[in-house]
Ligand binder design. Structure first.
Ligand SMILES: Nc1nc2c(c(=O)[nH]1)N[C@@H](CN(C=O)c1ccc(C(=O)N[C@@H](CCC(=O)O)C(=O)O)cc1)CN2
Length: 287
């Protein structure tokens, strides 16, 4: 049997108990499905169990709806939180940016060469700096300037755009405005931000200056889900790079650019490949 890419991905979490893996693998057998990859984790702190199963039905005509019904029955026995995804679906994404375009540029290139399997519905910015770049990639560009006075109206327009474009994920690719609590609730679990420091160090808008002043020997970047508490959201991915006493704020900023781009691209890929499960204010990432 030639093992193509898995057709479906099941993500689940529930209170940990005996027999969950047995029950899920039994479901796969009973429904003629072949498991391609299976990853699970039992968190002894929260006593919650997490699992990601990538699988393919032997009968290619097996629909996702056909599997949902029996899965719902099984899930109810364990009070599971679960989602089932068709791996051919391409999540619809809005990328937001302000004045620094390195993460946007990196994501657009990965998308263009087919390495990032999403549909980019729009690029949104509070400045016009990357309008030409968006046009070159033939992606709709929405200029949404914002001031403290216009923030509520700007966010209402953004929320309407997310709805109108049927967006599954908003990526803050160095979008340098703090989203309101209401916007964070609206985007809960579907907005990823890249913070240009190795959190929890150096929160806020100027981490490289803070890092230089502290004299650190490593700097990094952190991709996390966006929550009302600035830079406090569940972390999806991080990376660091070594720096030295010779590196001033400008050099740290330059060294950080590459780390930010790689960390955000990895985090977006993990999210759209259904590899990330929320575990309170933490994540389980089945890489
Ligand atoms: N609700 C949230 N919104 C945003 C988050 C977040 O974690 N929760 N992350 C930021 C990105 N970011 C750091 O990664 C960040 C962006 C902006 C600021 C900030 O203080 N901005 C000033 C204005 C700065 C400017 O106009 O250049 C402000 O909003 O008053 C701090 C951290 C994205 N949004």
């Amino acid at each position: 049997m030639k093992l193509d890419d898995p057709k479906f991905v099941l993500k689940l979490s529930c209170i940990d108990t005996i027999g969950i893996v047995h029950a899920i693998s039994g479901f796969m057998v009973q429904n003629g499905c072949n498991i391609i990859t299976n990853q699970q984790f039992g968190d002894r702190d929260t006593e919650r169990f997490f699992m990601r199963v990538a699988f393919t039905p032997v009968d290619p005509d097996t629909s996702i709806e056909r599997l949902r019904a029996p899965l719902d029955t099984l899930a109810a026995r364990y009070d599971m939180d679960w989602t089932l995804h068709d791996t051919s679906d391409r999540p619809r994404v809005i990328i937001m940016v302000s004045k620094f375009g390195h993460c946007l540029n990196d994501l657009l290139y990965r998308w263009k060469i087919g390495a990032l399997k999403v549909d980019i519905a729009a690029i949104v910015s509070n400045h016009r700096d990357f309008e030409d770049l968006a046009n070159r990639y033939e992606i709709p560009f929405h200029h949404m300037p914002v001031t403290p006075e216009t923030k509520q109206a700007q966010e209402a327009a953004l929320a309407a755009l997310v709805e109108d474009l049927r967006v599954d994920l908003v990526v803050l690719a160095r979008y340098m405005q703090v989203l309101s609590d209401g916007m964070c609730r609206f985007l809960e679990g579907r907005a990823i931000n890249i913070h240009h420091s190795f959190l929890p160090s150096f929160k806020g808008a100027a981490p490289y200056t803070q890092a230089w002043a502290r004299g650190v020997k490593l700097i990094g970047a952190t991709a996390h889900y966006v929550t009302p508490d600035l830079d406090e959201g569940p972390i999806i991915e991080q990376e660091v790079v070594r720096v030295s006493h010779e590196d001033g704020p400008a050099q740290l900023t330059a060294l950080g650019r590459d780390v930010e781009s790689v960390v955000l691209a990895r985090a977006v890929a993990f999210h759209v490949e259904r590899r990330v499960l929320l575990n309170g204010n933490r994540t389980v990432v089945f890489r």
